[in-house]
Design a protein around this ligand. Structure first.
Ligand code: SIN
Ligand code: FE2
Length: 225
């Protein structure tokens, strides 16, 4: 520990609690995993999440094909992602409350913008944040994010809580997938030529997180319109 007024010693610099630069891993030409990137903001993110969920509680949506999604969903920002018998869409109104979605908390916006910037997409102004909650056993099948009108902007995906195995595929459904383990605080960004790559989440394994319990929360920031 270094005390106020004393210079840090070499030992201090290598102490376990010394701040580490965030590690980055490249998983595609314009796709990055930013390890622990959300952690510096976590004390602001969790209360902001609670306040969004108080206004727009999690719900299980039913796909146009009649299948109930295993992840529970909510949204904040100008547009929320919804399912209906007619298909997937972005809506400015939460169909469950009849009200506009909660505003995107400033700290969510900051995180999305900083992550996009770090991954080479400066100036990202997301207008939609989908919030997914996975309990053990929940999964997300391989899909493309293609309900947006603005593919020139990336997808910024934040993981909190218990770990997940993220699947990152190619531009065709049958392309090989990479398995990317994601942990509390990790952020994945994909855009440019990678923007329409298939991705999904394998069934979540039983685990418990000290702050979030037996769940994984994912924020997916996008520019919808
Ligand atoms: C999604 O693709 O909507 C969610 C991905 C994730 O939960 O990591
Ligand atoms: Fe997605």
């Amino acid at each position: 520990m270094h005390r106020k007024g004393t210079l840090p010693t070499t030992l201090d610099l290598f102490a376990d609690d010394a701040p580490q630069p965030p590690a980055t891993e490249r998983i595609g030409p314009r796709s990055w995993v930013l390890r622990s990137f959300a952690l510096p903001l976590i004390d602001r993110l969790l209360p902001a999440l609670d306040s969004v969920l108080a206004q727009a509680p999690f719900r299980h949506m039913v796909t146009p094909g009649g299948h109930t999604m295993s992840a529970a969903l909510s949204s904040c920002g100008s547009f929320g992602w919804i399912t209906s018998p007619r298909g997937y869409a972005y809506s400015s109104i939460d169909p469950q409350t009849g009200q506009p979605w909660p505003a995107m908390p400033e700290v969510f916006f900051e995180l999305a913008q900083q992550a996009a910037d770090a991954a080479g997409f400066p100036g990202f102004v997301p207008d939609a944040c989908l919030i997914n909650r996975y309990i053990p056993g929940a999964k997300m099948s391989l899909h493309q994010d293609k309900d947006e009108q603005a593919y020139e902007w990336p997808v910024v995906s934040v993981s909190l809580g218990i770990p997940a195995m993220f699947l990152f595929g190619g531009l065709a459904r049958n392309d090989a997938t990479q398995r990317v383990p994601l942990f509390h605080g990790d952020v994945v960004v994909w855009g440019g030529e990678d923007r329409l790559r298939f991705h999904g989440v394998m069934p979540i394994k039983q685990a418990e997180h000290p702050q979030l319990g037996e769940q994984r929360i994912n924020f997916t920031f996008r520019k919808a319109r």
